[in-house]
Design a protein around this ligand. Structure first.
Ligand code: GAR
Length: 208
């Protein structure tokens, strides 16, 4: 089976990108990360990609008249390279219509909570963990989902759960969740590349 070309969109540390690179290196994923696109110039994720000789692009949202033009540019850069799967990995910009249309059921995001709770606009990174602790819930975790028109609303591929303990802080919770993210994302990408994900309305069925 031919390897699927993967494009990873990042804005920060890139630990999830690293987990995907590592999974690719040990042959866990039948795909090849072909380009890493960052919305931030100084994102450490870019260094990680360069270290592995992966092509990098920095696309500055501020240089585009609006979000639509930015979305169009990112979409075109991905299409130009024949990308078959896009992974949003800590990408802190919301992509609109063009992207979703072109990459429907071929773009994933990872979110640091158990969706559909604690998702949506304003709930990203540490804001999520602060909201989780404040709410008093006893479990949190991460969600890998397909990207749709909404914010954190697409079909859920898989989730991993961690306990929220009485003495947890947003920082300690973030650390626990991130560890699970590093297992969940490669797992989801591997299932996609093996052609084992079937979408039925809002449900994602994992085929044997
Ligand atoms: C991760 O925790 C990811 O779930 C989160 O940003 C972090 C990126 O870390 N994404 C969101 O909050 C998106 N809503 P990384 O750059 O080390 O992979």
């Amino acid at each position: 089976m031919e390897k699927i070309k993967i494009g990873v969109l990042v804005s920060g540390e890139g630990t999830n990108l690293q987990a995907l690179i590592d999974a690719q290196d040990v042959g866990e994923v039948n795909g090849i990360i072909s380009v890493v696109i960052s919305s931030k110039k100084d994102a450490y994720a870019l260094q990680r990609a360069k270290k592995h000789n992966i092509e990098t692009l920095f696309l500055d949202v501020k240089r585009y008249p609006d979000k639509l033009e930015y979305t169009k540019t990112i979409t075109e850069e991905l299409k130009k390279r024949g990308i078959g799967l896009v992974c949003l990995a800590g990408f802190m910009s919301i992509l609109g219509f063009y992207f979703v249309e072109d990459f429907r059921n071929r773009a994933m995001n990872i979110h640091p909570a158990l969706l559909p709770a604690f998702g949506g606009k304003g709930l990203y990174g540490h804001h999520v963990h602060e909201a989780v602790i404040k709410s008093g819930v006893k479990s949190s975790g991460c969600t890998v989902h397909f990207v749709d028109e909404g914010c954190d609303t697409g079909p859920i591929i898989l989730q991993k759960v961690v306990p929220v303990l009485d003495d947890d802080t947003p920082e300690s919770l973030a650390e626990k969740v991130l560890k699970e993210e590093h297992k969940a994302y490669p797992e989801a990408v591997s299932l996609f590349c093996a052609g084992r994900l079937k979408i039925e309305d809002k449900r994602v069925i994992i085929e044997e």
